[in-house]
Design a protein around this ligand. Structure first.
Ligand code: EPU
Length: 429
């Protein structure tokens, strides 16, 4: 459902007030896929009202599940024998559909999922998913644009060393291992709060998992799992977006729904830039009175600085006093949107995975285009620090990850308008 609609923001804004952040997209999508592991009705609560969730619901429906999305709750009823195919028309719209690979292989012993290919932020391979599942006894091939995996005799436990703590590979291997025969150990596993959330839900379904939140996951396979009710962890990337937006606009914002601990390094950068951060249990407050100071930022797997906040890091650097060195280590295409930031007057030079940013007191409003979810949000936020009006087009990307984005901005005091309201039907709930 492609919107070519735009968000217009008036620059010179100062964000002030409170913003409530809902469940994490990147957790809810995987929790929904994990329900495939048990026949019956599971409920995933605190799901964000965004397009990606609606697409994942469609993926599950095509696999024979009934999915009811009501408010922020997804009730998923999984048949005894779910389907085993995910087609390109859906995978193309939602790369995260690949996370049905592990659970379906575990449940059905056969799965055929369209290969997601690359996207606007980089090539995004599947080699670690494939190598890990092969170690667990799967036979994996690729043909006609599909990844085909089969394990007719069932999967077995294995020791798997990931070359890199890939979020997607850790999740797929984890969801396969919970029903495999014997013990699986995943070393150099991803440690994101979303992985911990998945482990918590799987454990409530009857899985045996040790080491959640550490780089070694030990999973003892069980014969079957049961349905569950589980609430999704808060979205640290949305929360971090507001924290940086507050710092960039010399604002005062209380962000609810995510503890400061999920954003330690990101919030430490805000402090280094001159901001004050106050942890408030399941919330935190960011306040800054003066122009932010330049800070160097390096993206790394959790608990490092999140790559999804890279556009916000560049935005902060673009308006900070002094020069910053921003380094991206996760996605090769993350800097593609820098050209759009330059259109807003940002002084950014990239070389490979480094960007040198010389801060300017004010940017200059211009029409720009969103290229992905985070770049889209980053451009709108940069527009808040620009003279005049910034018009960001292709904001359907923002709808994929930020529920109520425009309303949140308005509530924080920004003059903002959207040409065409997001199509409620596109959300499917
Ligand atoms: N990689 C490989 N081989 C693999 C797996 C990954 O080379 O088998 C590479 C990728 O190409 C990439 C890097 O490793 O360069 C990181 O990939 P990872 O598997 O960790 O990321 P992902 O699971 O594809 C998730 C989020 C991303 C987030 C990254 C990193 C979801 C749906 N997506 O992607 O979120 O940036 O982890 O934290 O969970 C977003 O929400 O906008 C977004 C892009």
């Amino acid at each position: 459902m492609a919107h070519v609609d735009v968000i217009r923001v008036k620059g010179g804004a100062r964000l002030a007030g409170e913003v409530a952040v809902g469940g994490a997209k990147n957790s809810a999508l995987k929790l929904m896929a994990a329900t495939l592991l048990a026949p019956g009705a599971s409920v995933v609560a605190n799901v964000p009202r965004i397009t990606d969730i609606a697409i994942m619901a469609e993926v599950l429906r095509r696999l024979g599940c009934t999915v009811a999305l009501e408010g922020t709750s997804a009730t998923i009823t999984v048949p005894d024998e779910p389907g085993s195919e995910a087609d390109y028309d859906l995978v193309r719209r939602l790369r995260a559909s690949i996370c049905v690979l592990g659970p379906l292989l575990a449940r059905r012993g056969y799965v055929r999922v369209a290969h997601p290919g690359g996207d606007a932020i980089g090539s995004r391979g599947l080699d670690m998913h494939v190598a890990g599942l092969s170690r667990m006894g799967a036979d994996i091939s690729g043909e006609h644009g599909f990844v085909i995996a089969s394990a007719p005799g069932g999967l077995h436990g294995a020791t798997i060393w990931l070359d890199f703590p890939s979020v997607g590979a850790t999740e797929n291997l984890l969801m396969a291992a919970v029903l495999a025969k014997g013990v699986t150990e995943i070393d150099n596993a991803a440690r994101e709060p979303e992985i911990v959330d998945l482990c918590t839900m799987l454990t409530a379904m009857g899985a045996h998992i040790d080491g959640a939140g550490t780089s070694t996951l030990r999973i003892e396979g069980v014969d079957e799992l049961r349905p569950v009710e589980h609430a999704t962890v808060g979205d640290r990337i949305v929360a971090g977006t507001w924290a940086f937006a507050a710092a960039m606009t010399r604002g005062d914002v209380t962000v609810r729904g995510v503890p400061a601990a999920y954003l330690e390094i990101a919030l430490d950068k805000v402090v280094s830039a001159g901001g004050a951060v106050e942890p408030l249990g399941d919330a935190f407050r960011v306040r800054i009175d003066d122009r932010p100071r330049a800070v160097d930022i390096v993206t790394l797997p959790y608990p490092g600085f999140a790559t999804d906040l890279l556009p916000m890091a560049l935005g902060l650097a673009a308006v900070a006093e002094g020069s910053s060195l921003i380094t991206e280590n996760i996605f090769d295409g993350r800097f593609l949107f820098v050209n759009e930031m330059v259109r807003l007057g940002a002084d950014i030079r990239t070389d490979g995975h480094h960007a040198v940013v010389r801060g300017r007191e004010r940017l200059s409003g211009a029409p720009v285009a969103a290229t992905d979810i985070r770049a889209g949000a980053g451009l709108v936020v940069a527009g808040l620090c620009a003279e005049g009006v910034t018009e960001v087009s292709h904001v359907h990307h923002i709808d994929r990850g930020y529920p109520d984005f425009v309303q949140n901005l308005r509530d924080l005091g920004v003059e903002v308008e959207r040409d065409k309201a997001p199509d409620e039907e596109a959300f499917g709930f």
